[in-house]
Design a protein around this ligand. Structure first.
Ligand code: UD1
Length: 420
């Protein structure tokens, strides 16, 4: 198993390029199940989650190639409707095949993803919405067995809670359904918006894109004519590297960034005293003369993203004062706290709130990655720590960060990937 060895306390400088967004690429790949012909997708991040999903789509019968961040995929020969446990257990987002498979074939069998390190993560809202569209759903032997004997029909759906992949699944199902579907309390994340735009261009008529109310005129079962797609930049990867600049109090620049997707993150960095400069596709962070503490509450987009909570917690250990971080989306998303404590952080947990006392001098240690974003928080802490940190179980990082050690090395970090 690989681990990362980082020698900390080094200033960073230079420019790196941000990859395409993993969380945009995943629904874009599954939406090709709704397409008639081959689709070319550019700026696809070369990360484990993308490869896992491509493997799943290939198992269903899709033809695909993935080279130089470009995917060409043709789903016209898909002949299986079963997303099996062996793949789904590797990646929860495999559930994104549910809506498209059911809409296209009228039935499918998708393994239930189960919980994960950050919480229970049910999919009840996905299932309830599909039932409202006429699906018959039962859970048998760990699988969602879904049938739509009379095909899926438009419905008026109000999500009880904002769900990103839930919104995406239902948007994809509605795009091929009969009639009009209205969706309220829909997720407005940029990744959801890109999916809507792609479906819209492909023949589904979607009104209200970018708002939390959508009206989708389905194609009545007719496959869509999807055009070439370029995946939007990864706002979470960009945010993580901004935090790398911040925690080492360095000046760095990121290219291929959509700074309009990073408003909440930029606002917090500015409150901490960092100077942020934005250009057309790039963003720079400049060191802060005094790093100030902040309060954060994770909420749905355009609020502060839960996927940046762990990284900011690492950063707050270097702030002059007490920061309070309130995690509102997931019940167990503080797994990184105990590892940060092992590096010398002073953090108290109480229910869904973490209080971070700073500044603390972090020191290198052996630490364990527990989930994707928790792992990146450990990398950030290691960059600031005195001495050597070894981060184990980095397969979590490989799920969502393309060439992390290469990019950080380019900024001057001392980071090596080694085998246990
Ligand atoms: C997506 C992102 C993930 C991010 C999360 C929140 C992808 C592939 N993953 O995950 O990186 O952290 O959004 O921004 O895009 N919920 C229910 N019932 C449901 C669905 C969700 O109760 O049927 C709850 C969840 O437990 C959670 C909240 O709703 O508390 C938000 O979850 P959701 O937006 O669905 O997260 P994901 O789409 O799984």
């Amino acid at each position: 198993m690989d681990y990362l060895e980082i020698e900390g306390s080094k200033k960073l400088n230079g420019t790196i390029t941000v990859s395409g967004a993993k969380n945009a690429a995943l629904p874009l790949l599954t939406c090709t199940l709704l397409g008639k012909t081959s689709v070319h997708i550019d700026n696809v991040p070369n990360v484990a989650d993308v490869k896992t999903l491509l493997q799943l789509l290939e198992n269903l019968g899709a033809k695909q190639s993935f080279e130089n961040n470009q995917v060409t995929i043709n789903t016209s020969d898909v002949n299986s409707t079963c997303a099996n446990y062996d793949i789904v257990r590797k990646m929860r987002a495999s559930i994104l095949t549910l809506g498209p498979l059911l809409a296209r074939f009228g039935h499918c069998e998708v393994s239930l993803p189960g919980g994960c390190a950050i919480g229970q993560r049910p999919i009840d809202l996905h299932l309830k919405a599909l039932e409202q569209m006429g699906a018959l759903i039962e859970i048998r032997q760990g699988y969602v067995i879904a049938k739509a004997p009379k095909s899926l029909n438009g419905a008026n759906i109000v999500f009880d809670k904002i769900t990103v992949t839930g919104s995406e699944n239902i948007i994809m199902a509605a795009a091929l359904a009969n009639g009009i579907t209205t969706l309220s309390n829909v997720a407005k994340e940029p990744e959801v918006v890109q999916l809507c735009k792609v479906l819209n261009k492909g023949g589904a008529i979607i009104k209200g894109i970018g708002t939390d109310e959508l009206e989708i005129q389905g194609s009545g079962g007719k496959l869509l004519e999807l055009n070439d797609i370029t995946v939007i930049p990864d706002r979470i990867e960009a945010g993580t590297y901004l935090c790398a600049g911040a925690i080492t109090n360095s000046d760095i620049t990121l290219k291929n960034v959509a700074s309009e997707h990073l408003k909440a993150v930029i606002s917090k960095l500015t409150c901490m005293g960092y100077k942020i400069e934005k250009d057309k596709n790039s963003i720079s962070i400049k060191s802060s003369s005094k790093i100030l503490p902040i309060d954060i509450k994770t909420v749905e987009y355009p609020g502060f993203p839960t996927d940046m909570q762990a990284q900011f917690m690492a950063l707050c250990t270097q702030a002059n004062g007490t920061s309070v971080i309130d995690e509102r989306l997931f019940e167990n998303r503080f797994m990184h706290v105990s590892e940060l404590l092992r590096m010398g952080a002073d953090i108290r947990l109480s229910s869904h709130t973490a209080t971070v006392y700073g500044p603390t001098k972090l020191t290198g240690a052996d630490v364990m990655a527990t989930d994707l974003r928790a792992s990146s928080a450990l990398v950030l802490a290691a960059l600031a720590a005195k001495g050597k940190t070894k981060i184990h179980r980095i397969y979590h990082l490989d799920r969502g960060y393309e060439n992390l050690e290469g990019k950080l090395s380019m900024l001057g970090a001392s980071i090596k990937r080694l085998s246990e």
